[in-house]
Design a protein around this ligand. Structure first.
Ligand SMILES: [Zn+2]
Length: 240
């Protein structure tokens, strides 16, 4: 059986292009998944930021209420102070009022801190919302790109598959069986050019005798990687 380098080169080209296109087709769903994942992640961050913001607000509101009741309590104690009968009672109330005022002042400071924190939290919520919006926009863009490219890549695959079938039809019958066996398993890795004295597929040495066989249009398989070998374009082919 004999096979020309040109035929193998052509098959290799088609297989390589088909391989690239199929890889691109396989990447499209991954690209979409990555975008969808980003939207989901940012939405989770947003939900957490909103919950944190709400919790901070609730805590601040509770402190406001405590402060209000603390102030009412002091007002109440002041009234009692005026009606005091003994010095001891008077002093005890005075001390109580001083302690309550201290507690209220701590509470007031905490409320101011809480308000600052609420402001910070709101900024985080706004930021998270922006990230969600951006991620959704990216997803829409990627969907459009994928939809438009998918169709054209798919069309290229169909065209190349037809080219491949035509090129395979031209192969000698006895060679086609051996070729198909390797091509079905390895695709574009089914063939490799000889680069100097090495297989370009696995970089192993090819003996001069095997290179001679290639020149004689014999079928030569790399003993190390199993690829069908062919000579590069600029090699002078014996007998031609
Ligand atoms: Zn090899």
């Amino acid at each position: 059986m004999s096979i020309t380098a040109e035929a193998l080169r052509e098959l290799h080209r088609i297989h390589t292009q088909l391989g690239d296109l199929r890889e691109r087709l396989a990447r499209f769903p991954k690209q979409l998944l990555a975008r969808e994942g980003a939207v989901k992640r940012f939405e989770e961050i947003l939900v957490k930021a909103q919950a944190d913001s709400k919790a901070t607000r609730v805590a601040a509101d509770q402190k406001q209420l405590s402060l209000k009741s603390g102030e009412l309590k002091i007002a109440d104690l002041q009234v009692k102070l005026n009606g005091c009968k003994t010095n001891r009672e008077y002093q005890a109330l005075k001390d109580q009022i001083a302690a309550d005022e201290m507690a209220n002042s701590v509470l007031a400071d905490e409320i101011i801190e809480g308000l600052d924190k609420i402001e910070e939290m709101q900024k985080l919520v706004v930021e998270a919302q922006q990230h969600v919006t951006q991620a959704k926009e990216e997803l829409v863009k990627t969907r459009l790109v994928v939809e438009s490219q998918q169709a054209s890549v798919q069309a290229d695959v169909v065209r190349l598959e037809a080219e491949l079938a035509a090129a395979e039809a031209k192969l000698p019958d006895d060679f086609r069986v051996a070729y198909q066996r390797v091509a079905n398993v390895k695709g574009s890795d089914a063939m490799a050019t000889v680069d100097g004295e090495t297989c370009s597929g696995c970089n192993q040495h090819i003996t001069p005798q095997r290179i001679n066989e290639l020149r004689l249009l014999r079928v030569v398989v790399c003993t190390s990687c199993g690829r069908l070998l062919y000579l590069p374009e600029d090699t002078r082919v014996g007998g031609k």
